[in-house]
Design a protein around this ligand. Structure first.
Ligand code: PAF
Length: 281
């Protein structure tokens, strides 16, 4: 696997490489990322990954400084997965001057996770557009665990007419249901045992909605209260439309998703489950 830090080196290495499939990451790779790398192989002649912990998408109280950085182990996993090129810029490579031009996503950037992480989706959209311009992929892959991120990037790509196919990869879970995430590393052993409650809570909502329950507000608040009773501090539990993450407009036969973010100790965990057919029993 070739590793490049400088934009010009990467561009030179990507000449005549056919269709490029690209998986941007912030490193600390787990099986969820590797599933995206494997899926990428089906979409391109050359698979490119990036590792860059993007300061622009972290707020002043977020975990930028303590975000786990495991570059050597990440490289070993990428090599084992058959990734062709890794773009691993330093901050100076990607932001040699203060970034003054930004991608401003629509109002959804201030809702759900955006309400609790001001500026986050603007930082994500800006770095991803920049990475797209550098790598020029035909296909780019993102995990569905960051559902709102995937939606923002999919809509950005469509509205700005970028010639890139966006693919969402299914969330990879531990046997007990906990979605794999770099932030699970912040959990103590006791918290790790408690953490699957988030998935169980979302599954309960999915089951209730599939069984015909339409009182979304009550389902959301009951789920948040259940988490908080068990030591969590919940930012939101929300049932939304899959396409734009707005509140369900006509609650029949739509593609919905239930999303949640909640804190357990030092970890802020997010998860979601798609609910495809509301009338399914
Ligand atoms: O999902 C992530 O790891 C990051 O938000 C991304 C897409 C690599 C942008 O920094």
């Amino acid at each position: 696997m070739q590793i490049h830090a400088a934009i010009s080196d990467l561009r030179a290495a990507l000449q005549d490489r056919g269709r490029i499939a690209f998986v941007p990451t912030m490193g600390n790779l787990h099986a969820g990322h590797i599933a995206l790398m494997n899926e990428a192989r089906r979409h391109g002649d050359t698979v490119v990954a990036s590792i860059f912990v993007n300061r622009l998408q972290f707020g002043p109280n977020d975990d930028f400084d303590r975000y786990p950085r495991t570059f050597q182990a990440d490289c070993e996993q990428l090599i084992a997965a058959g990734v062709d090129l890794l773009f691993a810029p330093t901050e100076n490579d990607l932001y040699p001057e203060r970034q003054q031009y930004h991608v401003e996503p629509p109002d959804i950037q201030h809702q759900l996770d955006g309400e609790f992480r001001p500026g986050h989706f603007r930082g994500v959209a800006t770095v991803v557009l920049k990475l797209f311009n550098i790598v020029q992929p035909r296909t780019a892959l993102f995990g569905k665990k960051d559902y709102q991120q995937l939606m923002v990037l999919r809509n950005m790509t469509r509205q700005l007419a970028l010639p890139i196919n966006i693919v969402g990869g299914e969330t990879v879970r531990a046997d007990d249901g906990l979605a794999l995430s770099s932030r699970n590393a912040y959990l103590s052993a006791t918290q790790r045992a408690e953490a699957p409650r988030l998935y169980r809570t979302l599954s309960g909502i999915r089951q209730a909605v599939r069984a015909g329950d339409r009182d979304f507000a009550r389902l959301e608040s009951a789920a948040a209260a259940e988490l908080d009773r068990n030591g969590w501090q919940t930012d939101y539990v929300a049932i939304r439309e899959q396409s734009d993450l707005q509140r369900p407009r006509a609650p029949e036969n739509q593609a919905l998703v239930v999303l949640a973010a909640s804190r357990l100790g030092a970890a802020r965990l997010i998860d979601n489950l798609e609910i495809d057919a509301v009338n399914e029993h």
